[in-house]
Design a protein around this ligand. Structure first.
Ligand SMILES: Cc1cc2nc3c(=O)[nH]c(=O)nc-3n(C[C@H](O)[C@H](O)[C@H](O)COP(=O)(O)OP(=O)(O)OC[C@H]3O[C@@H](n4cnc5c(N)ncnc54)[C@H](O)[C@@H]3O)c2cc1C
Length: 302
């Protein structure tokens, strides 16, 4: 019986592992190796790294720090969670593990531009020609030529967010035509955002720029942001009855506990700002709450 099983080894899961291991708790951390942080070529908004740091290096440093206190990442995909009288049963690749508490730090997966193959996707990301997070890197596109693939309210909101960084903005419909209500159209017009129809499906790199084929032919941008939504990896918790919003983001208390007792969640899988600092902060709060809960239940006295 573990004190806690952490599912997910990105910034949230690893921060929780460091805290819990340093609280002398018995933990395991299962991770299937698809952290969004690994997609960050170089983060410039994460405090403490004035020259920036690659997402892979940051995660590797966190792993080493967790290992120093005995918390090792195990490469396993968790397939199912069940409750029992004493806690949880965690099913991973044919094995069942038991824990008094579980912390879900499984993150989200951004939907990719339609028809873009993985090799082009990863290379465009590496060059900064494709970006996913204007909160993170809007600064880097200041006064640049930017395309946003999206429509409806989500595409409009993302485009207007980027408008404070650059005026040269085009909203590209992923499908044949835009689907925008009058309010969206007014906001986009007031902000001077150009609109073109799609469908999107063909792309090419032109040096460090990304060209997108649209209804008006090929258009080239310094950076393109897909605004197509995300898949929220909250299914394990939702299947246990944890409450989530309509997108699938988990609802949590101030101490990051889901609506299922002793099932906690932190990071992108929880509603909030999709940022490393937020994931780390939530994980620290959740880990301390887990420690305090288990101490109340007298499960962790030395
Ligand atoms: C291109 C890009 C650039 C970004 N730039 C920045 C930036 O500059 N600054 C910033 O603060 N943020 C940035 N972000 C956002 C940042 O990466 C995320 O906010 C952060 O990684 C969230 O951490 P997390 O631990 O919640 O989730 P993740 O890092 O996504 O980790 C979740 C982990 O859970 C694992 N997992 C999922 N399901 C299972 C399962 N069933 N069993 C086992 N393991 C599982 C996954 O494999 C993954 O390793 C960027 C994101 C992208 C995509």
């Amino acid at each position: 019986m573990e004190d806690c099983i952490i599912i997910g080894g990105g910034p949230a899961g690893l921060t929780a592992a460091i805290y819990l291991a340093r609280y002398h708790l018995d933990i395991r951390l299962f991770d299937c190796g698809t952290s969004r942080a690994a997609l960050i070529p170089c983060t410039h908004n994460h405090a403490g790294y004035p020259d920036g740091i690659a997402g892979t290096e940051l995660v590797e440093r966190m792993r080493r720090q967790a290992e120093k206190y005995g918390a090792r990442r195990e490469e396993k995909r968790v397939e199912k969670l069940e409750r029992d009288e004493e806690g949880f049963r965690v099913h991973a690749q044919g094995q069942v593990f038991r824990a008094r508490s579980v912390l879900l730090a499984t993150g989200v997966f951004n939907l990719h531009p339609p028809g873009m193959d993985d090799a082009l996707h990863d290379e465009a990301l590496r060059r900064g020609a494709l970006r996913y997070c204007p909160v993170c890197d809007g600064y880097e596109v200041t006064d640049k030529r930017v395309g946003v693939i999206g429509t409806r309210q989500h595409g409009t909101a993302e485009t207007l967010f980027i408008r404070t960084f650059t005026r040269d903005l085009t909203l590209i419909a992923p499908d044949a035509e835009h689907d925008l209500d009058a309010e969206c159209i007014t906001s986009l017009d007031e902000a001077g955002v150009a609109r073109v129809d799609g469908p999107c499906g063909r792309y090419r790199l032109e040096g460090d720029r990304l060209a997108v084929e649209t209804a008006r032919g090929w258009m080239s941008f310094d950076s393109v942001y897909p605004a197509l939504g995300s898949h929220i990896r909250s299914e394990l918790a939702v299947a246990l009855g944890a409450r989530a919003n309509e997108d699938g983001r988990l609802e949590v208390s101030d101490h990051l506990e889901t609506s299922v007792r002793n099932l906690f969640a932190a990071g992108d899988v929880v509603e909030g700002l999709d940022q490393i600092s937020n994931a780390m902060g939530q994980a620290g709060v959740a880990a301390t709450r887990i420690r305090n809960r288990l101490a109340e239940e007298r499960a962790v006295w030395r």
